[in-house]
Design a protein around this ligand. Structure first.
Ligand SMILES: CC(C)(COP(=O)(O)OP(=O)(O)OC[C@H]1O[C@@H](n2cnc3c(N)ncnc32)[C@H](O)[C@@H]1OP(=O)(O)O)[C@@H](O)C(=O)NCCC(=O)NCCS
Length: 134
């Protein structure tokens, strides 16, 4: 399993799957090196996209592992890889969030993230905010 920064070659893979970002922003995120692609012998098996909360705290916006590849430690490797890069850049705190009805919250707690509040919009289930000290 390889973790690579997304390039123009991955654009199609991302926009066909990531429905939580306006298509027009995908190229900007690729240029800013804020999307990683996970590959298994050159085949895309998932991606991770991040940004910065308050423009100051690294925030993992999206992590998706293709179903056939889940439960094999790949999500964990991606998160640890990203955290190490953030640590090297001098950050001491990282964040993410997940809807309260999603399984992913248990994955993040397992990865050492702790609940730090929530966001309640009238259009979707409560969003749990999670943080981790690096
Ligand atoms: C959530 C997700 C990224 C986890 O990736 P994964 O590769 O399957 O997870 P891993 O195999 O690396 O698991 C790491 C650890 O978390 C635990 N874990 C993973 N998913 C879990 C779950 N749903 N409930 C409880 N624990 C879980 C694993 O048991 C493992 O524990 P261990 O280190 O003690 O063995 C993956 O299931 C996924 O892509 N889901 C769909 C998209 C999604 O919900 N993304 C997150 C919100 S954007």
């Amino acid at each position: 399993m390889e973790i690579e920064l997304a390039t123009e070659k991955d654009y199609k893979y991302i926009v066909e799957r990531d429905k939580h970002i306006p298509e027009a922003l995908v190229r900007t995120k690729i240029k800013e090196k804020e999307i990683f692609i996970l590959k298994d012998t050159d085949q895309e098996i998932g991606w991770m996209r991040y940004g910065y909360f308050w423009d100051s705290i690294p925030f993992m916006n999206m992590l998706f592992i293709e179903e056939a590849y889940r439960g094999q430690g790949i999500g964990k490797k991606m998160v640890l890889y990203w955290e190490e890069i953030m640590r090297q850049r001098g950050f001491t705190l990282v964040m993410t969030s997940t809807q309260s009805n999603e399984e992913a919250q248990h994955f993040y707690r397992k990865m050492g993230y702790r609940d730090a509040g929530c966001l309640l919009l009238d259009t979707q289930p409560l969003e749990v905010i999670l943080v981790k000290n690096l």
